[in-house]
Design a protein around this ligand. Structure first.
Ligand SMILES: [Zn+2]
Length: 491
């Protein structure tokens, strides 16, 4: 079936991991067990999040209360005030590590909540039916949400039935031909649509409920291609630039264009969706019929997503099979593009004025439908797999710059046509942009090579993520092509 990309940071280097997704065939008991697990895990997740929020408030915002709800005063004799973001024991037993060095004895909020799991099982015995690694991963999921928050991606949200539909095992999952063993659930049949390569190790397995049934996503280390022999940065001679668009999904710098099938915004799908959604809204709320028609809408949505995924893998394959050393794409801020227009208020009357949001709505939908970020992720994955260097470049001015003479002017571009106001160079606007991206990618790589050869590598420096480390001996040797050499060879 489909597989998805996951990048895991391990020891500073990026490792390519693959997810193999299969459809499960649970029996009635198994599917109701999994349903109840998801309900329990959701409430555990929400409780853990609430706990962290109230502990934080207690410590930093509300003052010295023992309990926020009762506002009882804190006193070390009557209660224990955690300074660590979760209720529980904040200290570790082991205060020295293996080498005898003192270790930070304080637990993080996630650690506290993981240590408290046995007590949860004692107090609420029905939780004992859930596999322990699943419970741990559930807390780690919240940790991940907090990590995202600290990276500036929004505060963790409380989950409801539609936003919480999966759980993850990290141990004990076994696969045999058409059967899979899930700890505490048992052997289950599944549609083995694609053999797992031999010599693999299962890193984790995520069970997910989707509109038309249960799926398992098995994360494995892909041993079929153990060594991605990446091109050394110094050996990069050619690149391909990709410009993302709406009318055509991708424009390549070699003049090739890839269609945008508009999976969720084409006329036919929009009409079908509208009809099916109307059928839901006309049924009595809470009725079985409403549920039935809602699941029909859900299945259509799933079909659209699956089609989009398949098409994106096709594109990623097409691009990565080009005979080049590097792939350059734009570093897009898609969520920024999807932001709402600023509210306009008439100062005299205090009323709201039209701000163009309704006009932008259609464009927003097209942007979400194109889902460039997911596509770029897949291109990055395929580039890594085929040993190509992957670079993200700043898309600034790429659509306004003349690829022939370098003249930058907004007037150069007239919709799809590009006519340079300085030299009269004529081209397709997006292919011109793709060519600019190609040039930028090459010059970025060249400047990275130069930086590497002049000074010791700065920590955390930005460089393309390639699987295997570059051979050290090649760095700094005389005769390495500089940016000028690369450009000269190109022209
Ligand atoms: Zn020009």
């Amino acid at each position: 079936m489909l597989s998805s990309v996951e990048r895991e940071k391990q020891g500073g280097d990026y490792q390519l991991l693959t997810n193999y997704v299969y459809k499960l065939r649970p029996n009635v008991n198994q599917s109701s067990t999994m349903d109840s697990w998801i309900d329990m895990l959701r409430s555990q997740y929400n409780w853990s999040l609430g706990d962290r929020i109230s502990q934080y408030n207690q410590q930093f915002i509300q003052g010295d209360y023992c309990d926020i709800r009762t506002k009882a005063e804190a006193c070390p004799i009557t209660c224990f005030v955690s300074k660590n973001g979760a209720t529980g024991e904040p200290w570790k037993d082991v205060k020295v590590d293996k080498d005898g060095k003192p270790k930070n004895p304080r637990r993080s909020a996630g650690d506290i909540q993981i240590t408290a799991l046995p007590e949860l099982k004692k107090a609420r015995p029905w939780y004992a039916g859930i596999d322990s690694t699943v419970l741990q991963q559930n807390v780690k999921r919240l940790d991940k949400a907090y990590e995202n928050f600290f990276d500036g991606r929004g505060f963790p949200k409380f989950k409801n039935r539609s936003t919480f539909s999966s759980f993850t095992y990290t141990m004990g999952v076994k696969v045999q031909l058409v059967k899979i063993y899930l700890p505490k659930i048992g052997w289950m049949r599944f549609h083995n649509s694609r053999p797992i390569p031999t010599g693999f190790t299962i890193k984790a397995a995520t069970i997910r409920k989707r509109q038309d049934g249960w799926y398992v996503s098995i994360r494995i280390e892909d041993k079929t291609v153990p060594d991605y022999v990446a091109v050394a940065l110094t050996d990069v001679k050619s690149a391909i630039g990709c410009d993302m668009g709406i009318t055509k999904l991708v424009h390549l710098s070699d003049g090739h264009q890839i269609e945008n099938p508009k999976f969720s915004t084409n006329k036919k799908v929009k009409r079908t969706l509208k009809i099916r959604q109307r059928r839901v809204s006309r049924k009595v709320k809470g009725s079985k019929n409403r549920k039935k028609s809602a699941s029909i809408v859900g299945r259509l949505h799933k079909k659209i997503t699956d089609k989009r995924q398949a098409h994106q893998w096709f594109i990623a394959n097409t691009i990565s099979s080009r005979n080049v050393d590097a792939i350059g794409v734009e570093d897009l801020n898609v969520s920024g593009m999807l932001k709402r227009c600023r509210v306009k208020i008439d100062e005299a009357t205090g009323r709201f004025l039209p701000n163009g949001q309704s006009r932008k709505k259609g464009l927003n939908r097209s942007i979400s439908d194109a889902s460039w970020n997911e596509l770029i992720q897949k291109i990055e994955y395929m580039a890594g797999k085929s040993g190509k260097v992957f670079v993200k470049v700043n898309p600034r001015c790429t659509s306004q710059k003349c690829n022939d003479c370098g003249y930058i002017e907004a007037g150069n571009r007239d919709k799809e046509k590009f006519i340079c106001l300085s030299c009269g160079h004529m081209a397709h606007a997006d292919i011109n942009a793709a060519k600019n991206i190609e040039e930028l990618a090459l010059s970025n790589i060249a400047s990275m090579v130069r930086r590497d050869s002049t000074e010791p590598e700065p920590r955390g420096s930005k460089r393309p993520r390639t699987k295997s480390p570059r051979p050290l001996g090649k760095r700094g040797e005389p005769g390495n092509p500089s940016s000028r050499d690369i450009k000269a060879e190109k022209s």
